[in-house]
Each structure stands twice: as structure tokens, then as C-alpha cells.
Design a protein around this ligand. Structure first.
Ligand code: GCO
Length: 443
């Protein structure tokens, strides 16, 4: 099986990359990294499958050169990584960990040495435990703590970044983790969630301001999106899907790009918003240079049983699914590319910053066949190409993920990698999708 499209099917300068994140691949036990709220969340029974955690992960901390060799051999133009706040500032503030800064310095140079343009995301979820102790994303002070982390890290590596984003998937950081409780810190409280929904945006804006002050460019925001459709023809399901869309898809883009939150969501969250939040919106909407969209799937939405505001039930339809139980729905990616272009981009370039699928593959005779992933790439790259032909300013596409890795609360058996990782011996085995992409990118 092959990837049907090649570079010539995309606009000149269109970039292909692969994405990873610090806690999911590095090995957080190494290099002086401090405790993060993911370490303690994972140490609490019932939160992560099989009690797994990111302490070893893919041992990328020691194997990053081998991994970047594989990324470069594929013909990728960019490598998207994230940096661990707890590795750079084990206390979250104050004295940096020199080993942490040295690691990201080496990583930046290793990318450039392989002609991989570095794309850094400062925060992909490993909040230092001492800051979690102070309320984490529920405490407005986190915006200043995050700005200080930005300054420490980007003074060291900012000169070499091609693209930089402050926070990966604000919805996951705030709503998934403080309302739904599925990710660290595992809270289920609408007041905590509302504060996080605002403070994440404020921290994003403060970080952008710091990087502008350092003279950096290529600064963007990365939001994740799910296509929300009504589970049935009832008006209640339509209303539920609209609210799911507001919380998931419109809240952060509204803040970042329009300096205002969507009225339908604010109606439910206003009573819990921090006093004076309106005065922060100029910072939340600090100008950026590009938009990043993470997309995987769609959800069919119905009202939840409690009747409480925000209680929304997800159901899955009859489309083919990945091992995450996510339906494969490339039309949703096309929708978001056109919808974001029409409503938020205002001609800024748009990157697909994460797209991919999980499957439970194994190595057989030194190979890993993953035909479903090749199909997924073909169908999703196909809608990206269609959007570019229609004039949507898509500037690049990042596959999630370069490596099989720690899939948060689901642990290590949800394999998203183009490269298989044997988590016992750490052997890397490029999958058939890796080889198919390699030949497509080099054709
Ligand atoms: C996310 C995160 C990644 C996930 C990937 C698969 O989008 O949730 O950025 O860390 O591993 O998306 O769920």
C-alpha cells in the first residue's frame, strides 16, 4: 500500500512533519526533571491504565539522535516537540535545572543538523507539582509563572525555533482535566474548570508577549477540534451538539482570535469566571503568526442524564473506528480547515499540527504492517489537499506521532507511531506507514 499524494500535490513550501511530546516520549525520571502532576496523577490508582506512567516512556532523553535520524530519513521538513516545564524548572519557578536546558539545547541543534525545522510547544501538560500545590491552572498567578518559564527557556533555544506555540490543546489542559477529570489533575469541578478555561488563555497571551519581547517570530496557537454532530434528530441533541462545539471548538479560538468568548458557553460559565476577566482579553488575544489545528475524529452528542449545564453525552456512530474507539471521519478535518479559515484565520497560515490514528500493532519478522494507518493518512491528506486547492492557506501537516508513546490515561497500548517502539527493549521499528510516507515525500 502507498500514499497516493506527493509534495507536488501541495502548494510550494508546504511542510510535512511529525509530532511528539515531552512526557509521552522522553523518560521523566532522567536529567533532573522535577515531579509533575502527571507523575502523581499516574501514581494514583485508577487514573492510568495498568498504573503506567511517563517515567521511562521511549527513553527519548537518551535516544533523541536515533529518533531524529529516523525523522530525517523519512524526508520530513519539520519536527514538532514539546518541552517539559518540570524538567526545566523542577520547582516551577526559580532556579532552572541546567541539565534540562542543556537537553533542549542539544535537541534544537540536533534538529538543525538534520535539516529538520524545529517546532517547539512549551507546555504539553506536565505541570510542576509545586505549582499544582498552589492551585495550578485554577490560580491566576500561573500566567506569570508560565511567562517566567517562557523567558528562561526561550532565552536558551528561541534563536533556533522555526515555529513556537505556548500551550498544546488548551481544551485538554482546562476542560478535559478540570471538568471531565480524565487527565491530570483529575478535577471535576465547574468553578475550577472555568478558571482554568480562562487562565490557560491568559498564560498563552503572556507567553506570546514574552517571546515577542525576545524578538521571536513564528509564534502561534494550537487548538484541538472534534466535529460535533447531534446523536439524533431531536432539538435537544442539536442543542447539546452546539454547546459541545462551543466548549470544544469555539471557546479558545474565540479568545485567541476575537478577544471574546462565545456567548452560548459564557452563559453557563459566567457565574464561575474570575472577577475582572474581561480586562485580560487583550492579552489572551495577543497577535499570533499562524494557527495550529489538531484533529482526529467526530463525536455524536446528546444531552447528559443529569440535566446540569455542560452535561453532554458522547455516543459513537457506525463509521470505522481506531483502537481509541474514535470514528475515522476525514470530512471533519476539511470542515475545520474551511471553518477556521473563514472565521478566525484572517489570512494567517494554518497548520494541521496533529493528525493520526492508533492501532494495536506488533512486529512480525522485523516488520509492522499498518494498512489502516496508510488509509487514514491518504484520506486525511486528501482533504487537506482539497482545502488548499480551494484556497485555504494550509502551510503544513504534522503526523501524530513519530513514535508509539505514552497515551496519557490509556497508557502504552494505544500505538499512534509511524515507528513502533518495543517498550521492553526500546527497539524502534519503522512501520509500513513510515516507509509509505518516506517514498511519497521523496517522490
Ligand atoms: C492530544 C495530544 C496528544 C495525544 C494524541 C492522541 O491531542 O490529545 O496532543 O498528546 O497523544 O492526540 O490522543
Amino acid at each position: 500500500m502507498s500514499i497516493s499524494l506527493t509534495r507536488s500535490d501541495f502548494p510550494a513550501g508546504f511542510s510535512f512533519g511529525a509530532a511528539t511530546s515531552a512526557y509521552q516520549i522522553e523518560g521523566h525520571r532522567f536529567g533532573g526533571a522535577g515531579s509533575s502532576h502527571w507523575d502523581t496523577f499516574a501514581a494514583t490508582p485508577g487514573n492510568v491504565a495498568r498504573g503506567e506512567n511517563g517515567s521511562l516512556a521511549c527513553d527519548h532523553y537518551h535516544r533523541f539522535e536515533e529518533d531524529l535520524d529516523l525523522a530525517a530519513a523519512m524526508g520530513l521538513d519539520m519536527y514538532s516537540f514539546s518541552t517539559s516545564w518540570a524538567r526545566v524548572l523542577p520547582e516551577g519557578r526559580g532556579t532552572p535545572n541546567p541539565e534540562g536546558l542543556d537537553f533542549y539545547d542539544r535537541l534544537a541543534d540536533a534538529c538543525l543538523a538534520r535539516n529538520l525545522k524545529p517546532f517547539a510547544t512549551l507546555y504539553h501538560w506536565e505541570l510542576p507539582s509545586p505549582l499544582a500545590d498552589l492551585g495550578g491552572w485554577c490560580n491566576r498567578d500561573i500566567a506569570g509563572w508560565f511567562a517566567d518559564f517562557t523567558e528562561v527557556l526561550m532565552r536558551r533555544i528561541g534563536d533556533r525555533m522555526h515555529l513556537t506555540a505556548p500551550i498544546n490543546e488548551p481544551w485538554c489542559v482546562a476542560w478535559l482535566s478540570h471538568f471531565l477529570g480524565q487527565h491530570a489533575p483529575g478535577l471535576r469541578d465547574i468553578r475550577a474548570a472555568t478558571r482554568a478555561m480562562h487562565h490557560v488563555g491568559l498564560a498563552h497571551g503572556r507567553s506570546i508577549e514574552v517571546m515577542r519581547g525576545l524578538g521571536m517570530s513564528g509564534l502561534g496557537c494550537v487548538t484541538n477540534h472534534e466535529y460535533a454532530a447531534p446523536a439524533d434528530a431531536s432539538p435537544e441533541a442539536a442543542q447539546a451538539a452546539q454547546l459541545y462545539d462551543g466548549i470544544y471548538n469555539r471557546w479558545f479560538l474565540g479568545g485567541f482570535r476575537n478577544g471574546e468568548y462565545p456567548a452560548d458557553v459564557l452563559q453557563g460559565l459566567e457565574p464561575y469566571m474570575p472577577v475582572g476577566w474581561q480586562d485580560d482579553m487583550a492579552t489572551v488575544s495577543a497577535p499570533v503568526d499562524w494557527l495550529g489545528l489538531n484533529y482526529y475524529t467526530r463525536k455524536l452528542i446528546a444531552p447528559g442524564a443529569s440535566g446540569l449545564w455542560g452535561d453532554l453525552a458522547e455516543t459513537t456512530g457506525d463509521l470505522p473506528q481506531t483502537s481509541m474507539g474514535w470514528e475515522i471521519y476525514p470530512e471533519g478535518l476539511y470542515h475545520f480547515l474551511t471553518w477556521v479559515s473563514e472565521n478566525y484565520a484572517r489570512d494567517l497560515p494554518i497548520y494541521v499540527t496533529e493528525n493520526g490514528m492508533s492501532a494495536d500493532e506488533n512486529v512480525a519478522n522485523g516488520k509492522v504492517d499498518d494498512p489502516d494507518r496508510i488509509d487514514y493518512i491518504n484520506s486525511h491528506l486528501g482533504v487537506v489537499q482539497r482545502a488548499t486547492i480551494e484556497g485555504v492557506p494550509v502551510a503544513g501537516y504534522f503526523f501524530w506521532s513519530l513514535l508509539d508513546n505514552f497515551e496519557w490515561a490509556l497508557g502504552y497500548d494505544k500505538r499512534f507511531g509511524l515507528i513502533h517502539v518495543d517498550f521492553d527493549g526500546m527497539a524502534r521499528t519503522p512501520k509500513a506507514s513510515y516507509h509509505a510516507l518516506r517514498s511519497a515525500l521523496r517522490r
